[in-house]
Design a protein around this ligand. Structure first.
Ligand code: PHE
Length: 442
């Protein structure tokens, strides 16, 4: 492997035994849906950005997806054994370089260089993950942050300044549930060494009102346009309901998730919190304190436009792309005909390893991870697979050998797949499972 390189956006990176980025992913790096005019991911980005106006916020949309392990994990305080670092979950270009798994990879650098009060960063992010209608190995996130500088505040106490900024935020009518105190000593601690409780109360209020404003903007637009075309599945005229739930991220404390009540379900849409002070300290700006959030753009776009399958965002089919425009209000997507599905099962015995006897979770043993079959299916069949599900799992009572059965649902969004085509793809998946993971087909 030594001496070989891979090329991404015109730059060359050496590869090594860590490399696990397939050609299919590399081929899509240049798509950048978040800046493609009239693309629903881009329209969603613009709508959210409009609630974080300049000059307070700078909008970054062109940061390279290639980052160091240190930017993506170390700088954010991820533990050395955090599962996100694993090659089963993350695309490595080489031992020290990954395709970013989240926009937070740019937090430290942005704090360091940015002397504005706030920013948003929108970008493509990459994760080895399941295959289903809401997961795709490339998706888009927006990160936002608002920082205050103690040096620019009388006595270094920013609580008063922040509260006066809270007063200037737009007033929206939402039904907000926020049952927990701002900090909880065990679950959601104050960073007592760096922040007073008054400061955190003020920053939390600013964070929560800012994000509630975004959600109001997005979801009232979706409701209006649905009502205009008589979509009765959309909720009637009642205040939008949101709730704040305690959360955990390695780089914020306290942390929350914001959930929205939409069509009968609570949906988690934003993760956020008070920035851990180690980040500004390590970035050489110890006097800055503030909040950050991250939101998945596809998640929001699917709700806003009623897009049923995440693969559609990658479609180059005019029947998809021509339904969206920056000049019209949000209008629900009208699905074009759904082509027939054809599912096929693959059952196999895992190679026995000492750790597989204990029964791990969801098909994980020492040398096989569920994401590995997902990756094989993606590389063989690309967007012609709608989902892959574990349908049976069995451990032999005597040998403790483990058998798994996965159901692969073949369905193109753009045409009818012939049965022979599906068979060929399936045959290839079976062969690769044997070649790459030494399984024994049943
Ligand atoms: N990066 C986090 C994620 O991908 C989201 C997040 C961003 C949380 C910023 C807190 C602050 O889940």
């Amino acid at each position: 492997v030594k001496g070989l390189c891979t090329e991404i956006n015109g730059f060359s990176y050496p590869i090594d035994e860590w490399t696990n980025v397939p050609a299919s992913i590399l081929a899509s790096v240049s798509r950048r849906l978040h800046v493609q005019p009239s693309h629903p991911v881009s329209l969603t980005r613009q709508l959210i950005e409009s609630r974080f106006p300049s000059p307070t916020y700078i909008h970054y949309n062109n940061l390279s997806p290639v980052v160091t392990v240190s930017q993506n994990f170390d700088s954010l305080g991820f533990a050395a054994d955090h599962p996100g670092r694993s090659r089963t979950d993350t695309y490595y270009i080489n031992e020290h370089t990954v395709l970013r798994t989240h926009t937070s990879a740019h937090q430290a650098d942005t704090f360091r260089k940015d002397d504005s009060e706030g920013y948003t960063i929108s970008a493509d992010v990459y994760r080895r993950d399941a295959i289903d209608r809401s997961h795709y190995p490339i998706f888009h996130q927006m990160e936002g942050a608002r920082m205050w500088d103690r040096r620019k505040t009388p006595e270094g106490d920013i609580a008063k300044t922040v509260w006066s900024d809270v007063q200037r935020l737009p007033k929206r009518t939402l039904r907000v549930e926020d049952p927990n105190p701002t900090v909880n000593p065990e679950r959601n601690p104050l960073q007592a060494k760096y922040h007073s409780i008054e400061e955190v109360e003020a920053m939390a209020a600013h964070l929560k009102r800012s994000l509630e404003d975004v959600i109001f903007e997005l979801f009232s637009k979706a409701t209006e346009s649905a009502a205009a075309i008589g979509n009765t599945e959309m909720p009637p005229e009642e205040p939008l309901r949101v709730r704040w739930v305690e959360a955990y991220f390695p780089f914020t404390s306290p942390s929350w998730e914001l959930e929205v009540f939409w069509q009968g379900d609570w949906l988690e849409v934003v993760g956020c919190g008070i920035v851990k002070q180690d980040l500004p300290i390590n970035a050489g700006v110890p006097d800055k304190v503030g909040w950050a959030f991250g939101v998945g753009l596809e998640r929001v776009a699917m709700l806003l436009f009623g897009i049923p399958d995440i693969r559609l965002f990658w479609s180059q089919d005019r029947r998809f792309l021509e339904q969206f425009s920056s000049n019209q209000p949000i209008k629900p997507f009208v699905p074009f005909s759904k082509y027939p599905a054809c599912h096929k099962d693959v059952a196999f015995w895992l190679r026995s390893t000492s750790s597989s006897a204990g029964g791990g979770s969801r098909g994980n043993s020492q040398d096989f991870h569920e994401n590995d079959i997902m990756e094989i299916v993606r590389n063989v069949a690309g967007d012609s697979v709608e989902d892959v599900r574990l349908v049976d799992e069995f451990s032999h009572p005597i040998t403790a050998r483990k058998s798994l059965c996965y159901r692969i649902n073949y369905r193109s969004l753009e045409r009818t797949l012939r049965n022979e085509e599906a068979n060929e793809l399936h045959q290839m998946v079976r062969e690769r499972l044997v070649d790459q993971y030494g399984v024994e087909l049943r």
